[in-house]
Design a protein around this ligand. Sequence first.
Ligand code: FAD
Length: 434
Amino acid sequence: MNLDPMECDLAVIGCGIAGMAATMFAVNRGLSTCQVGSPREIGFASGLLDLLGIHPISEAKPWHDPWAGLDALVRDVPQHPYAKLNKSDIRAAFDELLEFLKSAGLPYSRHPEYNSSIITHIGTMKTTYGVPETMWKGVEAFEQKKPCLIVDFTSLKGFNAGLIVNRLKPSWPGLCAARIDFPVNRLMAEVLPEHMANTLATPNNREQLAQLIRPHVNDVEFVGIPAVLGLYRPTDIASDISQRVGVPVFEISTMPPAITGLRLKEAFERGMGEKRAHYFPRNHVTGVKHEKTGRFKVSIGPDNVSQTVLSKGVVLATGRFIGGGLHGDRTNIRETLFDLPVYQPETRTKWHRVDFLDRRGHLINQAGLETDDHFRPLASNGRPAFETLFAAGSILAHQDWKRMKCGAGLAVATAFGAVRAFVDHFRSKNYVSK
Ligand SMILES: Cc1cc2nc3c(=O)[nH]c(=O)nc-3n(C[C@H](O)[C@H](O)[C@H](O)COP(=O)(O)OP(=O)(O)OC[C@H]3O[C@@H](n4cnc5c(N)ncnc54)[C@H](O)[C@@H]3O)c2cc1C
């Protein structure tokens, strides 16, 4: 079935953090926007918003002040995508994102000038920047080394309070652990975070949980539990349970796929619901043509239904290998939609270093699209491939977001830069929004 073509100012391809952020920036600037992609990868995200944790990766040097880290990064790696933005742009991008998430019911906290340390489900401390409000009391508890109880649940896999306490106790002596049965699902062989989150939407179940935790709260001032405090309104649920338990209860992210990533997806979709965005979730762009008129003709599947979108610009936010924006065959790495040139090691033998844990990382993790200063991917002649094609997020070259701990920050900041470049172009041509 072929549906009538739809016209819009900007088509955003990809529903990861970069695509979601690009759509938000675009609609906030009054552009009619279509977004296509499957948000499944975002479900793996921890919900933490990293800005910059490590640089240089070969020294694994951590930065408490990410803004000072950015100065060093831009000086040392001028090709890094962050180098195409001012710090004030990156701050503005974060402010706008956090405001949007707050209005969509998912508030975040942060030290605006510093990174925070957060407990992980494997008992390490992770450096990050934006922290879901439901986890923030854990940051405070750690900073002040307050007496704190970590609780886990029988039958919840991948989260062991005893392990967390054992690993962290040397630097945080006031920690202790307890294991309880999760109420309602007590007889189940395995409990899943999503089911637990749904269960805790009901006040009666929250009271049952609080009753099970209370006997373990002796002299502690905080309680940390796995991130299961509801898919919707988690801050309200955390505050309700805290009142019932008698001390602040905070969340610790679980292993992926985690409820925290699902919350981000839900919040983006909820926040976009009332704005000027046409959203094609669980769909795929099957091809894009650049017409003589300068517009892009974007074909959207699944195979049995096809929708065409005519747009003045495109933001390509299709990610790397997991997202599907890049594909590696036996010899080469390709960009999957436009067949754009991909910056990559000269030969396949250089994709990975011999030692998997090599501190310098693997060169394949720096592969991606090179762009001009306006985030326009370059063709093989070194000029922008198209006047109004922009790229954002992990598909960009010269960054290893996993090792640098800059995943969400890079996605959000480059989406901001790409949309701003399109808006500037749009205005310079005196286009009228559709
Ligand atoms: C397990 C895990 C844990 C993480 N933890 C953190 C963390 O703690 N902190 C942090 O800051 N970051 C974290 N990240 C990284 C963060 O999620 C990144 O910012 C992100 O992966 C990069 O976002 P992206 O939008 O560029 O790409 P992706 O998330 O890969 O999204 C790419 C999107 O493009 C879509 N797509 C691809 N091809 C097409 C096509 N042809 N048509 C339509 N759509 C298409 C895909 O469906 C997908 O929606 C984590 C990531 C993972 C996987």
